[in-house]
Design a protein around this ligand. Structure first.
Ligand SMILES: Nc1ncnc2c1ncn2[C@@H]1O[C@H](COP(=O)(O)OP(=O)(O)OP(=O)(O)O)[C@@H](O)[C@H]1O
Ligand SMILES: [Mg+2]
Length: 234
C-alpha cells in the first residue's frame, strides 16, 4: 500500500474571521496525481498552500511525510515540495537566473546549475528564451518558466495552481501532454487546481470537488492508485 505523503485531520483555516477551509480528513498518497476543482473562492488555492506547508492551519493536524510541520525542519520539508502559483512571480532578471535560483540557494556551482537547468528548459521548449528578461515573457512563456523553476528542484510533490490558465487552446493541449508525460516519467506526486474537467481527467487520477471550504465529492478518473485509498478508508 502506498504511504500518505500528506494527511489532514480535522483541519480548519480561519482568515479574517471567516472559515476558509474545513477538512475533516484528506490524504494524498505517494505517486498519486489529483485535481482540485470548484468555484472561485471555494478554497482550492488555500488548501494547496496548507498542503505545501506555506500556510499554517488554524486548528487540526497536517502530517507531512509522516510528521507534523513542527516535528521536522521546515526548510527541509519545503525542499521536498514545489509550488507553481496561480500568478507566477518572476525576478527582474533573465529566465536562466529565475530558473536556477532555487539551486543557487542550495549552493550549487554555476556549472552544476546550468547542467541541471538546461534539460528542463529543453523539455519545456523555452531554451531559446534563456537570456530574455523574465518579466518580458508572454503569459504562456512565463507559466513554462515557472514550471521549469519548480521541476529543476526535483520535488517529490508538485502543486500546480491553474498551470494552463494563460495558454491559448493549441498551446494548452500540447503543453498539457508535455507536462503529463514529464510528471509521469519522473513519478512526481501531483496536486493540480483546474477549472477544466478535461485537464483534470487527462492528467490526474482523482478529482476532488470543493465548495465553501469543504471537499464535497470525489471522482476517480483512473483505477491507478485509487483502490489503495478506498481500502484504507474501509
Ligand atoms: N488572507 C486572507 N484573508 C481573508 N480571506 C482570504 C485570505 N486569503 C483567501 N481568502 C478568502 O478565502 C476564500 C478562498 O480563497 P482561495 O484563493 O483559496 O479560493 P480558490 O478556490 O483558489 O478560488 P479561485 O478559483 O478564484 O482561484 C476566498 O473567499 C478568499 O477571499
Ligand atoms: Mg485559486
Amino acid at each position: 500500500m502506498s504511504k500518505a505523503i500528506i494527511e489532514i485531520k480535522d483541519m480548519t483555516l480561519v482568515l479574517g474571521g471567516r472559515t476558509i477551509l474545513n477538512i475533516p480528513h484528506f490524504a494524498l498518497l505517494e505517486g498519486q496525481s489529483i485535481s482540485l476543482m470548484g468555484p472561485n473562492g471555494a478554497g482550492k488555492s488555500s488548501l494547496m498552500l496548507v498542503m505545501a506547508a506555506l500556510l499554517e492551519p488554524t486548528s487540526g493536524t497536517v502530517v507531512y511525510f509522516g510528521k507534523q510541520a513542527h516535528e521536522q525542519s521546515l526548510l527541509n520539508l519545503r525542499r521536498r515540495m514545489a509550488m507553481v502559483f496561480q500568478k507566477p512571480m518572476m525576478l527582474d532578471s533573465s529566465v536562466m537566473e529565475n530558473v536556477e535560483m532555487g539551486l543557487k540557494f542550495r549552493g550549487l556551482s554555476r556549472r552544476a546549475r546550468e547542467r541541471q537547468v538546461t534539460p528542463w528548459l529543453e523539455r519545456l521548449g523555452i531554451n531559446h528564451l534563456v537570456r530574455q528578461r523574465a518579466r518580458s515573457l508572454s503569459g504562456g512563456e512565463a507559466q513554462r518558466v515557472a514550471i521549469a523553476q519548480a521541476l529543476v528542484l526535483q520535488p517529490e510533490v508538485i502543486f500546480l495552481d491553474e498551470p494552463f490558465s494563460n495558454l491559448d487552446k493549441g498551446t494548452r493541449d500540447e503543453f498539457k501532454q508535455d507536462i503529463g508525460s514529464l510528471l509521469r516519467e519522473n513519478s512526481i506526486t501531483t496536486v493540480m487546481v483546474t477549472h477544466h474537467i478535461r485537464e483534470a481527467t487527462d492528467l490526474t487520477d482523482i478529482i476532488y470537488y470543493m465548495e465553501d471550504g469543504e471537499i464535497i465529492s470525489r471522482q476517480v478518473t483512473s483505477d491507478y492508485l485509487a483502490v489503495d485509498e478506498f481500502s484504507r478508508q474501509g
